[in-house]
Design a protein around this ligand. Structure first.
Ligand code: MN3
Length: 199
């Protein structure tokens, strides 16, 4: 089965005013679709065409040499965007609770410190990439990855991500990446993050 573009899990205007409708239309319908199409083209005719995106990203070293870069970029782009859409929702934001809040306190001291670290990692990432909250089998960590690299390829479990490619914010925020990241916190779906940690 070729990869398919998953529908956006909410309406295009659902994340207004933090993430605008026009951005979501281009970002989901055009940018994400292109990653899906190029991922399918990259793996067509190989044994990897029927493997899940996460499994491929965890196994990049086993891919044919002439497909590895394309898989990193396009399967990564497909998986990262699906994960990003599912990290957000309308009427979300606020602060995590329960086991997730406890894990955050243990790793970062408090929620404000996590927020600062992930904001810094996202705002200060040079060029295109992603800010992430991940689990490394012992604790939570904040990292950033470049282009479409996935934490899965480094053996990490992603819990939350912020897309800091310019296409994620330029139509509304132009060069003001810090304003986009500040607004993004208002749509983070902590129930999803908590479910990922529990899994
Ligand atoms: Mn993007």
């Amino acid at each position: 089965m070729p990869f398919e573009l998953p529908p956006l899990p909410y309406g295009y205007a659902a994340l207004e005013p933090h993430i605008d409708e026009q951005t979501l239309r281009f970002h989901h319908d055009k940018h994400h679709q292109t990653y899906v199409d190029k991922a399918n083209a990259a793996l067509a005719g190989t044994e990897w065409a029927d493997v899940t995106p996460d499994e491929i990203l965890q196994s990049l070293g086993k891919l044919p040499d002439d497909r590895r870069t394309a898989a990193t970029n396009h399967v990564g782009g497909h998986a990262n965007h699906t994960f990003y859409w599912e990290s957000m929702g309308p009427g979300k934001g606020g602060e995590p609770t329960g086991a997730l809040a406890a894990a955050i306190e243990q790793a970062f001291g408090d929620f404000a410190s996590l927020k600062q670290q992930l904001t810094d990692a996202s705002v200060n990432h040079f060029g295109s990439g992603w800010g992430w909250l991940v689990h490394d089998d012992s604790a939570l960590k904040v990292i950033s990855t470049h282009d479409q690299e996935s934490p899965l390829s480094s053996g990490l479990t992603p819990l939350l991500t912020c897309d800091v490619w310019e296409h994620a914010y330029y139509l509304k925020y132009q060069n003001r990446r810090p304003d986009y990241v500040t607004a993004w916190w208002n749509v983070v779906d902590w129930d999803k993050v908590a479910a990922r940690l529990a899994a």
